[in-house]
Design a protein around this ligand. Structure first.
Ligand SMILES: [Zn+2]
Ligand SMILES: [Zn+2]
Length: 267
C-alpha cells in the first residue's frame, strides 16, 4: 500500500503534558489540516514508553526513542537497557531526540558529547536514522557525526540553525535539514536565504510541538496542524507551489527516515 503524499510533521512531542487534556482534538485538527504523519520523539526513557504507546493507538503517529541533551539526568545503564528494549518495536522508526545543546548548557559538554556518541552508536546498531537537536554546537556535533560514520546512520538535523558550511557538510553525509516554526519569524531572514540556496530536495517539515509555534501563533502552544503554516511560508520562500513543496517534503521525510511507501514503519 502507498499512502498518498500529505504533510509530515517530522518532529513533535505529543506525549507532553500540555496535550493531556485535548490530545484527540489536536490529532483531529492535524488530520483536517492535511497532516498524514507525525513523528513523536521521546526526550527520556519515561516518555519513550509513551511515544511508542501513542504510535500503537494512532495510525498517523510514529515513534522515536532516545534521551535529549537537556535530559541527561535520565542517562544511565538502565535507561540504555530500556531504550534497547523499545527500539525493535515496528513503530519505532528513528533514534531521538539526541544531540548537543551549548545554548542551555544544562549538562557538562563532555558528558553531552559522550552520550551523543553513545546514542549514535546505538542508532547504528539498531539500523535507525537519528533526529538531532543542536544549539550553538554545530562544529562539535558534525565532528561527532563524522567520527561515528554519520553517512551509515542518516537522519535529520532538526530545526536547522547552522551556517551554509554546516548545511553542506550535513547534506554531504546524506542528512536532511528540518524546517520548523522559527523559519517564519521576521528575524530569520538569514535562515530563509540559506534554505533558498539549499533547495527543497534536502528539506523536511516539522513543528517541535508544543514548542516554537510559527509566527501567527507565536508564544502559544504549537501543534502538528500548524505544520501547514510553515509549509506555506516555505513554499513562498522557495518560490514553488504549495503542493509541490508538500510532496517533495513528504518524499524527503520517507527517505530520511527510511520508511516504507505506506509511511507506517521501516522500509
Ligand atoms: Zn530539539
Ligand atoms: Zn524536540
Amino acid at each position: 500500500m502507498t499512502t498518498p503524499p500529505g504533510l509530515f510533521d517530522s518532529h513533535a512531542h505529543l506525549q507532553h503534558g500540555q496535550f493531556d487534556r485535548d490530545r484527540d482534538a489536536v490529532l483531529t485538527r492535524a488530520r483536517h489540516a492535511g497532516v498524514r504523519r507525525i513523528l513523536n520523539l521521546a526526550t527520556r526513557l519515561a516518555d519513550a514508553h509513551t511515544v511508542v504507546e501513542l504510535a500503537h493507538h494512532h495510525p498517523e503517529c510514529l515513534a522515536a526513542v532516545g534521551v535529549h541533551p537537556g535530559d541527561l539526568d535520565d542517562w544511565s545503564d538502565a535507561t540504555e537497557a530500556g531504550l534497547r528494549t523499545l527500539a525493535p518495536d515496528p513503530r519505532v522508526v528513528v533514534w531521538g531526540e539526541i544531540g548537543l545543546d551549548y545554548y542551555r548548557d544544562t549538562f557538562p559538554r563532555d558528558l553531552q558529547r559522550r552520550v551523543f556518541r553513545r546514542q549514535l552508536a546505538l542508532a547504528r546498531e539498531h539500523a535507525l536514522p537519528v533526529s538531532i537537536h543542536c544549539r550553538e554546537a554545530y562544529d562539535d556535533m558534525i565532528a561527532d557525526l563524522e567520527a561515528e560514520n554519520g553517512p551509515t546512520i542518516g537522519g535529520v538535523a532538526h530545526c536547522f540553525g547552522g551556517t551554509a558550511d554546516h548545511a553542506r557538510r550535513l547534506l554531504d553525509m546524506g542528512f536532511a535539514l528540518g524546517v520548523g516554526g522559527s523559519s517564519t519569524y521576521p528575524r530569520s531572514q538569514d535562515l530563509r536565504d540559506l534554505l533558498r540556496t539549499v533547495g527543497v530536495a534536502a528539506l523536511i517539515l516539522e513543528t517541535d510541538s508544543p514548542y516554537l509555534a510559527p509566527q501567527t501563533h507565536r508564544g502559544k502552544r504549537n501543534e502538528p496542524a500548524y505544520v501547514a503554516l510553515t509549509a506555506e511560508a516555505l513554499a513562498e520562500t522557495l518560490e514553488i507551489e504549495f503542493a509541490a513543496l508538500r510532496e517533495a517534503c513528504w518524499r524527503n521525510t520517507l527517505r530520511a527516515f527510511r520508511l516504507n511507501a505506506d509511511a507506517s514503519g521501516r522500509a
